[in-house]
Design a protein around this ligand. Sequence first.
Ligand code: AMP
Length: 284
Amino acid sequence: MQILTTPQELAAQCRQWHAQGEDIVLVPTMGYYHAGHESLMDHARPLARRMVVSLFVNPTQFGPNEDLAAYPRDHERDAAIAERHGADVLFIPDEGSMYAPDHATWVEVPELSHGLCGLSRPTHFRGVCTVVMKLFMLTQADRAVFGQKDWQQQAVLRRMVRDLNVPVCIETCPIVREADGLALSSRNVYLTPEERAQAPELQRGLQAARALAARGEARVKVLRDAVLVRWAEFLTLGRLDYLAVVDPESLQPVDMLEPGRPALMACAVRMGKARLIDNILLTL
Ligand code: AMP
């Protein structure tokens, strides 16, 4: 596995592979790998002759009061993991090489970026789209793999790719969880033992809504209230950012579930220094 640190090196290597007739799959990440990242690499590995994993804590997707400086980093361990999972290249650029001091160009999908996580992170998806577009341009990847944990992110990126005719095929992998149901996240290291003990309640609340929907409850207000009542009792250390039920593709709010049309219940909860997100599909 090569470790590349400049956009120029990455572009040159990918151009060479394409010239040789070799296709490329890209796995964008911010590092500090856990089994969720590993599952993306394992899914990606057989999809193309060459696998590029990028590791970049992208400053433009962090808000001014967010955890950019504190975001956990361990490049040595990450490199060992990426190599073990078959990466041909691990791309670890430094900030200066990705953004010129007078960087002024942005890719945005406003329609899908203002709700859900966009409510409290208004510039987040603009940063995500811009950096992922840069990675698509540099690698000319044939395929790219993302996680369902960041459902809104992959929905936004799918729309960007469709609208701009980017010739890449996006694949999305299921959420990898701890045994107790907490979705794996690099940010889980911020949790205190007390917060960690309550955190699986995020998923349990969503599961309760899914069970109600499966038994025929179509009213989103009732489903939402059921989760909020549970959380009021069991998630006392959490502060709700949002809990919403939306169309999985358009991300538009849904009031009533309809037969044969799964809806996405998504949430974000702040616990101490962490902001946890999770989601589940509800089917009537
Ligand atoms: P991050 O490094 O947190 O930006 O995540 C990089 C990629 O890994 C994104 O596509 C995430 O959706 C995905 N990912 C993060 N956590 C998980 C998880 N628990 N299960 C599956 N994919 C994940």
